[in-house]
Design a protein around this ligand. Structure first.
Ligand code: SF4
Ligand code: SF4
Length: 426
């Protein structure tokens, strides 16, 4: 970090000793996972910098924005439209949930047998080590899986900043109407919190910002189709993770600059793994910072990950919003059209997810699919079996992995992943 941020963290009410312990773990873990990779693109330096300051400079920026009267809106799901937040001059950020922290505090309020992502959120919140949560004016939860529905009831009793969106579980006419009405209610709540009115002009402008971000990420995704891949899967994932924290305009500029460099690499036939190295598509539960365990195992074993069918990845970022309407109603309809296409496993039926996995497998020239399920995540673990069956039936090798944030299963995962890669090499 570039300076001593402890006074800032103290002002946010963080537990400084616990937070120091978290950073003391994160710094070396990041260096060992990312900085040790060979032949990284120069453009990754920016993202390394962002990560080195993710609890420092970025939080300082959020506090400066608050001093200017802007509101910080913390979210947990890709169904929360950043367009609405930006349109009322808010700043949207993700919440810390990608590691197990203070599990004993979390398990005092939620069951031990809960998905690590939700338990991680409670650990970071109750352990007072998430500066994004501490800096936020509103925390937006959503009724998606059962774990999150109940989590927001429990956290709602602890916080007066909680707003919960009710999300449909089907793409029926009634489901669409529910999402639309929830977005309208959310927009009103944002107006109240920010004191700004949502206007057509502001929503068109905000939509353009988010569309450009998604376009840049789609460009990055397409470049990973090259063989050899011009960037590692770890770095691809990292950029998708940073998309939830960084300023969207600056982030887009940096992703585009990186893509320029990657285009030159592709033209020169330069890559991060040997040509012909096994190419893996990862599909399943979102991986939040600093959840890098499985991708690191895959790539250390000599394979390269060429895409993420995940909410921290293409599922969450694909498709832009049509901003051509000239009324708020029309623009909100376009938002609903775009967001209802996110094929989260909470939806039933959810056939488009399988279509997307197949499409990504072909587009990014993957040799196989690794289905990543977080322990106790019913929606994705339940979908994993049918997905594996359908992919294998059409000749796509698939490995199902179920894991948590711990390191106890690393050896077992290595063995299974290495055997899977051998299968892909045959
Ligand atoms: S997997 Fe579902 S619940 Fe999780 S972030 Fe994505 S859309 Fe939201
Ligand atoms: S990983 Fe699964 S259980 Fe956990 S929050 Fe997401 S959908 Fe819910």
């Amino acid at each position: 970090m570039s300076k001593d941020y402890r006074p800032m963290w103290a002002s946010l009410g963080l537990d400084l000793d616990a937070h120091d312990a978290l950073l003391a773990f994160l710094g070396p873990y990041y260096a060992e996972t990312f900085l040790s990779q060979d032949n990284r693109p120069e453009g990754m330096k920016y993202f390394d910098f962002v990560m080195s300051e993710v609890h420092g400079l970025r939080i300082e920026e959020l506090l400066a924005a608050k001093d200017e009267g802007r509101k910080v809106i913390a979210t947990f799901c890709t169904y929360v439209p950043e367009e609405l937040v930006l349109a009322v001059d808010g700043v949207m950020v993700g919440l810390c949930a990608g590691a197990s922290f203070a599990p004993e505090l979390a398990e005092a309020v939620v069951p031990r047998t809960l998905c690590p992502l939700i338990k991680g959120f409670f650990g970071f919140a109750l352990g007072r080590v998430c500066p994004y949560l501490a800096a936020s004016d509103l925390v937006v939860g959503e009724n998606t899986c059962d774990g999150k529905k109940k989590a927001w009831e429990i956290y709602g009793d602890m916080s007066d900043r909680m707003v919960t969106l009710d999300l449909p579980q089907t793409r029926s006419i009634a489901g669409r109407a529910l999402l639309r009405s929830e977005y309208v209610t959310f927009a009103r709540r944002l107006e109240e919190a920010t004191g700004k009115r949502l206007t057509v002009e502001a929503l068109v402008r905000a939509t353009a910002v988010v569309n450009r971000k998604r376009d840049a990420l789609a460009r990055l995704a397409r470049l990973r189709a090259a063989d050899p891949a011009p960037i590692s899967g770890l770095d691809g994932l990292l950029i998708n993770q940073i998309a939830f924290y960084d300023d969207p305009v600056r982030f887009t500029t940096q992703v585009d600059a990186l893509c320029d460099e990657l285009e030159a690499r592709v033209a020169a036939g330069e890559g991060v793994a040997a040509r012909g190295a096994p190419r893996v598509l990862v599909s399943g539960c979102p991986m939040a910072v600093p959840n890098w365990k499985v991708p690191a195992i895959v790539e250390r074993a000599g394979a390269v990950i060429v895409g993420e069918e995940s909410c921290v990845g293409e599922r969450g970022m694909r498709n832009t919003v049509d901003a051509s309407a000239d009324t708020l109603d029309g623009l909100v309809d376009a938002l609903v059209d775009r967001y209802l296409g996110i094929d989260c496993a909470i939806f039933t039926p959810n056939g488009s997810r399988l279509d997307h996995i197949r499409g990504m497998h072909d587009a990014y020239r993957a040799d196989g699919v690794l289905h990543y399920g977080l322990q106790f995540c019913q929606p994705y673990l339940m979908e994993a079996g049918p997905v594996e069956h359908a992919l294998e039936k059409t000749g796509i090798p698939t490995l199902m992995v179920e894991t948590d944030y711990g390191t106890e299963d690393v050896g077992q995962l290595q063995t299974r992943i290495e055997a899977f890669l051998e299968r892909l090499r045959d």
